[in-house]
Design a binder for this molecule. Structure first.
Ligand code: UD1
Ligand code: UDP
Length: 373
């Protein structure tokens, strides 16, 4: 057998960890590879929640998070920190996922050392460099030099081909988030106690329909966040609805949401949920209101209508499948679209159908085979 290839997987935030743990598990189980993991610690608590449930112990933890960090200070620390790890590890390949500061910096540090980069979730494009910001540019940067592009869907692969990327380097694999969702669903089935922490809220809101909510986009800070909070306040006036809102740890999100929504009877502002509990929230929710990328992918897989509080999306597949709808950040529109789903059974039924436009749960396996080639 030829010498195993060393793959260094680099990530730092909650969604990257969720989308990469299935791949790290698959690499660890495969004799053709030596799997090494570097976490930047761009997120701390929210990253650690995922590491724990997935049983991952990183070989390197740069512990870089600072409260309310700026993009430039974060990026500077990431580049030098990950660079040092690359000099020590000298991997054959660096794997990054998506479009965060960690992914972009990890890829760039590898490029500076002429180490080939494999990009998981490649080819997402909104076509607008300010939405989502700064993610649209981060992923374009990675895409401009990655050696392997693992596109979740044919739409994403086509976007890369339009940018004149070598078609032989583009592979449609599905999105590893569906692998993660299947894995966590199986775990919860085997050990229900992993997701029973919402029971008291479920009892408190019995008889009401649950709106599951998340919000964190940088481009929505300020007016966008206030409009979203205003919409939630107006929706929660209804006596047949309750909002469960695990609030992102970003202080720019928390300050507004606490100021606007704390103390409302029908709104539960809670700490970020670990992945099993978030899966439970997806399960009990009547609909999801979100500006998250990952939730736009998970909700269609579970047949949960999702109203996306963004002006554009780089994930048109959920909208095309009919499970997701773009509603922007205007409070009147968010309230009107939510009420339509609550009051119009036909409109609800049209959206509440399970689709799997983002994958079949075997993306990590495909990626491993492609890395082995
Ligand atoms: C980051 C990513 C974004 C991704 C999001 C997922 C960038 C530029 N942004 O945005 O693409 O969609 O993560 O959630 O890469 N904080 C904590 N504890 C945590 C996490 C965050 O306290 O576990 C607070 C800190 O004050 C931190 C701040 O949130 O400085 C912002 O974190 P950061 O990673 O810079 O940005 P996000 O808005 O989380
Ligand atoms: N998620 C979670 N707990 C929460 C909120 C979200 O585990 O309280 C998961 C969710 O299931 C999805 C991912 O985190 O897989 C999305 O992360 P986030 O919204 O922070 O980032 P984005 O996907 O927008 O980059």
């Amino acid at each position: 057998m030829s010498k195993p290839r060393t793959i260094l997987t680099v990530f730092g935030t909650r969604p990257e960890a969720i989308k990469l743990f299935p791949l790290v598990h698959a690499l660890e189980a495969d004799e053709r590879f030596v799997s090494r993991v570097c976490v930047s610690g761009q997120h701390r608590g929210m990253l650690d929640q995922v590491l724990e449930i997935a049983g991952l112990v990183p070989h390197h933890d740069l512990d870089l998070m600072h409260p309310d960090q700026t993009l430039d200070a974060l990026t500077a620390g990431l580049l030098t920190g990950i660079g040092k790890v690359l000099d020590e590890e000298r991997p054959d390949f660096v794997v990054v996922q998506g479009d965060t500061a960690t992914a972009m910096s990890g890829a760039l540090a590898a490029y500076y050392r002429k180490i080939p980069v494999a990009h998981v979730e490649a080819g997402l494009r909104s076509g607008d460099i300010h939405h989502p910001w700064p993610e649209e540019v981060n992923r374009r940067i990675i895409g401009s030099f990655a050696a392997l592009h693992f596109a979740p869907t044919e739409t994403a692969a086509e976007a890369l081909r339009r940018e004149n990327i070598d078609p032989a380097a583009i592979h449609v694999t599905g999105n590893t988030v569906i692998d993660a969702l299947h894995w966590i669903t199986d775990r919860i089935e085997a050990r229900p106690e992993l997701a029973q922490g919402l029971t008291s809220l479920e009892q408190r809101f019995e008889g009401r329909r649950i709106v599951g909510m998340t919000s964190h986009r940088r481009e929505n800070f300020g007016d966008g966040m206030r409009a979203i909070a205003d919409a939630v306040k107006r929706i929660a006036v209804r006596d047949d609805v309750a909002v469960i809102f695990p609030v992102h740890l970003n202080p720019n999100v928390r300050a507004v949401m606490n100021e606007e929504l704390a103390g409302l009877d029908n709104v539960a502002l809670i700490e970020p949920l670990d992945y099993p509990h978030f899966a439970r929230l997806l399960d009990i929710a009547y609909l999801m209101l979100t500006d998250s990328g990952g939730v736009q992918e998970e909700a269609p897989a579970l047949g949960k209508p999702v109203l996306v509080m963004r002006e554009t999306t780089e994930r048109p597949e959920g909208v095309e499948a009919g499970t997701a709808k773009l509603v922007g950040t205007d409070a009147d529109r968010i309230v009107a679209e939510t009420e339509r789903l609550l009051d119009d059974e036909m409109a609800y039924a049209a959206m509440a159908r399970a689709h799997n436009p983002f994958g079949d749960g075997r993306a990590a396996k495909r990626i491993v085979e492609l890395l082995a080639r």
